[in-house]
Design a protein around this ligand. Structure first.
Ligand code: NAP
Length: 274
């Protein structure tokens, strides 16, 4: 990242679940300190919560945008155009807009802002709250390397990042943004299996979660194909192959493939607001 690009103030427009996760990570890593962070929400109750929990300021969308060098747009995709209309008067070439909204394309944002500022599209996931996130990034036509580099540096403090072609973003949304929900269901179900076999629930949940964490780390750290790692666990005539047989009978692969595909299709549809 260019060291000369050092935007001072950031606002999170629509600080709900993902916006709060970003704020929590920024405060924890000190990427931005509390006095330089402003958030907005629809309700005063939500804004009070954000002020009290993180010690940051809250205000209207227009005021937040006017006082910011970086604006993170984290409202629902259906509100994108309305909220962009509210903040557009404050945008300039020196503002960086980072959109985390599913389905909303860079071309749509450029159209609504009149290409007044560089835009980076980001698709994060909620584990960034504990610095284990995964964020895909891509820049608009007017975004320069230092803008994308800044977003990369910011989201790198919250986990991993990948700069990717925008045409893959709906698929990324279905895989790594929705993915944590799919994996929580798998952890819950694995733990239920442990409970069925007699393990107390709290221990079963810890065993299941750590098995998922360890397995995911093995894939990332060894670089081995998951099938190779699976084979390493599967002793001939052992217990694991019997379990795998049940998974295959239940159609686990097809179910997971379809879950990602359906979520990606929905992500694309969310952006079709105009
Ligand atoms: N959740 C995820 O894991 C995830 C991951 C990647 C991307 N995203 C994207 O992030 C965006 C938000 O998702 P979310 O799950 O965080 O939803 P959410 O929890 O419902 O958050 C949306 C926030 O927007 C606020 N809001 C509503 N109307 C507003 C307005 N006119 N001006 C300013 N703020 C307003 C809401 O305020 P109140 O709380 O007061 O109603 C709420 O806090 C979506 O576009 C989604 O596609 C989400």
């Amino acid at each position: 990242m260019s060291t000369s690009y050092n935007p001072k103030r950031i606002s999170i427009i629509g600080a709900g679940k993902i916006g709060e996760a970003i704020i929590e990570a920024m405060v924890a890593t000190k990427f931005y300190k509390e006095p330089h962070i402003t958030a907005t929400a629809r309700s005063q109750k939500r804004m009070n919560y954000l002020e009290q929990t993180f010690g940051i300021k809250t205000t209207s969308n227009a005021e937040a945008a006017a006082g910011s060098d970086v604006i993170v747009l984290a409202v629902k995709p259906q509100l994108a155009q309305k909220v962009i209309n509210e903040i557009t008067p404050s945008l300039s070439k020196s503002t960086l807009l980072i959109s985390v909204m599913a389905g909303i394309t860079l071309a749509q944002i450029d159209k609504w802002t009149g290409s007044k500022c560089p835009v980076v599209r980001a698709m994060p996931n909620t584990p960034l709250r504990i610095r284990k996130g995964m964020t895909a990034l891509c820049g608009s036509l007017t975004a320069q390397a230092h803008h994308v580099g800044f977003a990369e540096a910011m989201f790198n403090t919250m986990g991993r990042t990948l700069v990717m072609d925008e045409k893959l973003f709906d698929a990324v949304t279905g895989l790594s943004a929705s993915g944590p929900a799919f994996i929580y269901i798998m952890i819950e179900a694995l733990a239920e299996g442990g409970v069925k076999a007699g393990i107390p629930r709290h221990l079963a949940t810890e065993l299941a979660a750590q098995a998922c964490l360890g397995s995911a780390s093995m894939v990332l750290e060894t670089g081995k194909h998951p099938a190779v790692l699976k084979d390493e666990v599967t002793t001939p005539a052992g217990c694991t192959i019997d379990g795998i047989l049940k998974l295959e009978e239940g159609g686990i692969r097809v179910t997971l493939i379809k879950a990602v595909e359906e979520a990606a299709i929905k992500a694309k549809a969310l952006g079709e607001v105009e």
